[in-house]
Design a protein around this ligand. Structure first.
Ligand code: ADP
Length: 330
């Protein structure tokens, strides 16, 4: 029984996904990803890491060179299971001569949603993604990028899917649109849906995801809950009144360093911390503060990706990421 429970608890269980484009680009190099049913899973990585390729393979838009495992308990491309998946591609394009309502009706018919359900759910869905009543019958050639993204989200939900795969869902949205999407994702999770979210926005991932995989150069660098990714990364900052420079050799011997005029101990070792404090006090200097600093997701990324972290967006033009705010404030 426990074996069965284990087997059925994965919404996505992909092993060894491999994909090259031509001879030169090895986009995915044996990627393993596991997503539990009912969780919001975030795939994060810099541009070019292979995130969209993985999502497109899951949705059978791109053919992998190699893959094993299952989605909703069946191999990739299983028709019935595809029918209970929703997909928001990286770029959404709809025929400009159709209205929002007609676009959704068209996709719902493709997904074999009954006429009764279409009439009932489409207006609801448009409201849920923030397309207000006055836009329902407007041709989507008149829509802004943000509104097309909202329409794309509604399209991804039109068949009431079990598994929702969203590729950069907030791309082109303003801060209010992003908040709306986060609220929608939270609501979908509370309804028991599984969400696979692909994003290069740290703040987005940190605010909504239960578990995260970090993809870099086509490989999963880390995978786990946010706590698992950050729990062993604590350092202590000790502020002291007085000149530390004459103690630098001794501080170094005790495992510390001097950074920005304070002592930094880059490990979770209370014994060493107390040793450093004793050293400072034995030289008649006063301790102003000693604070643990838990690494944020951003710190972990920077550590993992090194120079590649440049492709990760931590701050967008209008909104400061809470990741950054917390790191600065701590
Ligand atoms: P991400 O979504 O993380 O930005 P992608 O999956 O789009 O990454 O791209 C991974 C790599 O594969 C990049 O080097 C990209 O240039 C390349 N790539 C993606 N799609 C194609 C394609 N259709 N043809 C050739 N190369 C591609």
């Amino acid at each position: 029984m426990s074996h069965l429970t284990e087997m059925t608890s994965w919404a996505v269980d992909l092993i060894g996904v491999d994909k090259s484009y031509g001879r030169d680009i090895h986009a995915l190099r044996g990627v393993n990803v596991q997503v539990r049913q009912g969780e919001v899973f975030g795939l994060l990585g810099p541009n070019g890491a292979g995130k969209s390729t993985l999502v497109k393979i899951m949705m059978t838009v791109v053919k992998p060179d190699k893959v094993a495992g299952t989605i909703l308990g069946r191999p990739i491309g299983h028709l019935k299971k595809k029918g209970v998946m929703g997909y928001l591609p990286e770029v959404t394009r709809f025929p400009g001569y159709l209205t929002a309502r007609q676009v959704l009706d068209y996709y719902a018919r493709l997904a074999r949603v009954s006429v009764v359900d279409r009439r009932r759910c489409i207006p609801d869905l448009m409201e849920r993604v923030g397309l207000s009543h006055r836009w329902h019958d407007v041709k989507c050639s008149k829509f802004s990028k943000g509104m097309l993204r909202r329409l794309g989200l509604a399209q991804a939900l039109v068949n009431d899917p079990e598994l929702i795969v969203l590729d950069e869902p907030t791309d082109g949205l303003d801060p209010i649109g992003r908040r709306d999407v986060r609220e929608l994702l939270t609501e979908l999770r509370s309804m028991g849906k599984t969400i696979f979210l692909n994003s290069h926005l740290l703040s987005e991932i940190e605010m909504v995801c239960d578990r995260v995989a970090i993809l870099n150069h086509g490989l999963v660098a880390r995978q786990g809950t946010l706590t698992e990714l950050t729990e062993h990364t604590v350092e202590y900052h000790v502020r002291v009144s007085g000149d530390l420079s004459k103690l630098s050799a001794e501080i170094g011997e005790m495992g510390g360093t001097i950074r920005d005029g304070m002592i930094v101990l880059s490990e979770h070792d209370v014994g060493k911390l107390n040793g450093l404090i004793d050293l400072v006090r034995s030289r008649n200097m006063l301790i102003e503060s000693a604070t643990p600093h838990r690494f944020s997701l951003e710190d972990v990324f920077v550590q993992i990706l090194g120079a590649d972290a440049k492709g990760l967006k931590t701050v967008d033009s209008e909104q400061t990421s809470p990741v950054v705010a917390r790191a600065v404030g701590s």
